[in-house]
Ligand binder design. Structure first.
Ligand code: ADP
Ligand code: TRP
Length: 325
């Protein structure tokens, strides 16, 4: 079974990314042949600073390797090192109905947000699901683990694969989505979904002082320390604590808060401590990796070579099927 997923280098990774995408991907490494890539071509649809793209790409590589992605158990590379993605995207775009892309929520939402800036809504943003289909189909992927927000893009991929197979003969494996329904949405500092675009994140590897400031600054209600809090399970700090504290600690802390006599200041201090400890081993590994960038380069280069040998074969197959080769 081949498992494939892509991660956009669009900013520092946060707790939502970790529990929603990184940890599940890391855990899936042993269930099949895992192919994970840094989707830097995709990031071009929204990020136009070369320096930042280079920085975020390195950050994603360091974050994933530090958190347990093991290059011996998976193929990990940078998308632009396998340019076959863009060539296949052209072939696929000629069998993709416009209407299919026009219906994509993600495009409509992003276009609506960018609407006022002239020229902001670029063709890449519109064609993005076709590139994503190429990413997936190039590797004969069987399973594609993604968050709910990507479900529609996977349906587009399946439609494109079926259409191509119908027109040109059996060429592509039609992939199955694996939507992480079980993964809770991690709340951000303001209670909305944690997201880079809302500026409400707790980053995985920021400086101690900065994280402490963010956590101690979480807004709480004005109830006094002694008052019982029957709604303790809804408390933001409790919800995040349950993710990062050892089993049982989150629940026990919730009970203390519910009973009264346990203050919000102590709760936030506990959250910071557990967050800090949870990522301590990864933080140490990340520092080692950051001091050994040649190794990181080598991992990505080896990954690219392995990915490329698969990608070239599939592209060849597709070109023969449609009479280009
Ligand atoms: P952001 O919203 O910060 O821009 P992305 O959209 O780049 O994050 O997220 C990449 C993946 O990380 C998503 O597909 C989703 O699976 C996961 N993810 C992001 N934020 C959260 C969250 N708050 N809770 C759970 N999963 C999340
Ligand atoms: N579009 C995905 C996201 O924004 C990233 C991505 C690009 C991807 N290509 C992919 C995910 C292929 C799975 C498979 O999160």
């Amino acid at each position: 079974m081949r498992i494939l997923t892509g991660i956009q280098p669009s900013g520092a990774l946060h707790l939502g990314n970790y529990f929603g995408a990184m940890l599940p991907a890391i855990q899936l490494q042993d269930e099949g042949e895992a192919f994970y890539f840094i989707a830097n071509y995709h990031s071009m649809t929204s990020l136009t600073e070369a320096k930042l793209r280079r920085q975020y790409t390195l950050d994603v590589a360091l974050d994933f390797l530090a958190c347990g992605l093991d290059p011996k158990r998976c193929v990990f590379w940078k998308q632009s090192d396998t340019p076959e993605h863009t060539e296949l995207a052209w072939l696929l775009s000629t069998v993709t109905p416009m209407g299919l892309l026009e219906r994509c929520h993600s495009f409509k939402d992003k276009a609506a947000r960018m609407g006022d800036e002239i020229g902001a809504v670029n063709h890449g943003l519109f064609a993005y699901p076709v590139l994503m289909a190429a990413d997936i189909l190039l590797y004969d992927s069987n399973v594609v683990p993604v968050g709910k927000d990507q479900k529609q893009h996977l349906e587009v991929t399946r439609d494109i694969a079926i259409k191509f197979n119908h027109l040109y003969g059996d060429t592509f494996v039609v992939p199955e989505p694996r939507i992480r329904e079980d993964v809770a949405v991690v709340p951000g500092l303001d209670g909305q979904k944690m997201s880079k675009s809302y500026g409400n994140t707790i980053e995985l590897f920021a400086e101690e002082k900065a994280i402490k400031k963010k956590i101690m600054g979480i807004q709480m209600d004005s109830r006094g320390l002694d008052e019982p809090k029957p709604d303790a399970d809804k408390n933001l700090a409790i919800q995040i604590l349950k993710l990062v504290a050892p089993p049982g600690v989150g629940q026990a802390t919730e009970e203390r808060l519910r009973a009264g006599g346990f203050g919000y200041g102590d709760l936030k201090k506990a959250l910071f401590e557990h967050y800090w400890n949870y990522f301590a081993p990864a933080r140490a590994r990340r520092a080692e990796l950051a001091a050994n960038l040649d190794y990181v380069d080598q991992v990505l280069n080896d990954g690219a070579a392995r990915a490329r040998s698969v990608a070239q074969k599939t592209l060849k197959r597709a070109k023969v099927a449609c009479g280009l080769d």
